[in-house]
Design a binder for this molecule. Structure first.
Ligand SMILES: *Cc1c(COP(=O)(O)O)cnc(C)c1O
Length: 369
């Protein structure tokens, strides 16, 4: 039996987080308060945007954003078919129709495929920066400008990622998640970043029961608030983000250097002008491999390496969505193929010395070289 299982994701909570949470507990101010504001300040500087609004999850960040940009029944939102279900759920919660642009070899939407879906009912483009790799925001921004559309970025997996000198979350309305497995976490939590002051104001009102001041109801609202307890955890995590991102990138580089060229395996595609923050390090296991993707996942598991399949099917490829009147059946052959091929290896920043060697050795052994 292997000494220890190498997990595909791992959370580290340090003494900073403990101290900050204890301060909140002792302050008696547990609900949304000054520590949430501190976290928002961090996200403004992380993204270079002028406003950040904390919400209680990445999903509610997406829902509140779509609600705040004025989606109306019948409006269409163009997104990726290769994403976590939260992206699609948010579109449906907001009352919009979901349309799907196919993905390219980097697992993100193809701008040409996005462009081809735009029609009179299109209201927003919702690219996903999958696995921490930014989508082609330069082209998507150009398309959005040409058609007068709003960009909502699902940046749940990509905090800190960059296109050129611009951070994700600054191209459109940025939606981040602080869920337990994301690159930084508060357990549950979300954040919206934007340069649009009036949108930020609508989001703040919406998250707090439609109140601008206490008992001054200016719109229908919700309770989407984050607590200071959760924000305290995330504030502690932010101070590690840069080091952790560098570690993820170093690990990814080492994996690619060792695995590249193995028959039947394709390593992640990178782009010269885009910074990938490796929320996941995802291989493709093709037909040329000695075993299937699922057999490989099993074999690596036996060797003590936990892997992940994100995601086993295109997001709309389930009966509940196939039968849904607001989920379009757009052809996405690349997404279906990717769903059968993807396999994520541990890349997280808490891998111990020797873990990478073990992962590489096990991958090479499994794929027979
Ligand atoms: C995690 C995730 C979300 C949702 O975030 P939660 O904080 O879990 O609600 C949305 N989109 C993608 C791509 C995600 O990975």
């Amino acid at each position: 039996m292997p000494q220890h299982r190498i997990r595909v994701s791992e959370v580290r909570i340090g003494s900073d987080e403990e101290r900050l949470v204890l301060e909140v507990l002792r302050s008696g101010h547990l609900a949304q308060g000054p520590v949430v504001e501190r976290l928002e300040e961090h996200f403004r500087s992380l993204t270079g945007t002028s406003h950040a609004v904390a919400l209680n999850s990445g999903t509610t960040a997406l829902v509140a954003t779509l609600q705040s940009i004025g989606i109306e029944p019948g409006d269409e939102v163009v997104t990726s078919p290769f994403t976590f279900v939260a992206t699609l759920n948010a579109i449906l919660q907001a009352g919009a129709v979901a349309r799907f642009a196919d993905i390219g070899p980097d697992f993100n939407v193809l701008p040409d495929s996005v462009d081809a879906l735009i029609g009179p009912r299109t209201r927003a483009l919702l690219p996903v920066h999958l696995y921490g790799q930014p989508a082609d925001m330069t082209s998507i921004e150009e398309i959005a400008t040409r058609h007068g559309l709003t960009i909502v970025e699902d940046a749940a997996q990509a905090v800190g990622a960059r296109v050129g000198t611009r951070r994700v979350g600054s191209f459109g309305v940025g939606c981040f998640s602080l869920y337990a497995t994301k690159n930084i976490t508060s357990g549950e939590g979300g954040m919206v970043t934007t340069d649009d002051e009036s949108l930020a104001d609508r989001l703040r009102v919406l998250r707090n029961q439609g109140m601008r001041a206490r008992y001054e109801y200016v719109s229908v609202g919700h309770n989407y608030r984050l607590t200071d307890l959760q924000a305290a955890v995330a504030v502690g995590q932010v101070s590690h983000l840069e080091d952790w991102t560098r570690a993820r990138q170093r690990n990814a580089l080492a994996l690619t250097a060792a695995i590249e060229g193995t028959p039947g395996l394709l390593t992640p595609i990178t782009h010269a002008d885009r910074e990938h923050v490796y929320h996941q390090y995802t291989l493709r296991v093709t037909d040329e491999a000695l075993m299937t993707r699922d057999e490989a996942a099993h074999s690596l598991g036996e060797l003590g390496i936990e892997t992940g399949i994100y995601y086993p099917r295109a997001v709309f490829d389930y009966p509940t969505f196939r039968e849904h009147p607001r989920v379009a059946n757009d052809p996405c052959p690349n997404a279906h193929q990717a769903a059968g091929e993807v396999l994520s290896l541990p890349v997280h920043p808490h891998l111990e010395p020797g873990d990478l060697d073990l992962i590489i050795e096990s991958v090479l052994k499994t794929f027979g070289t």
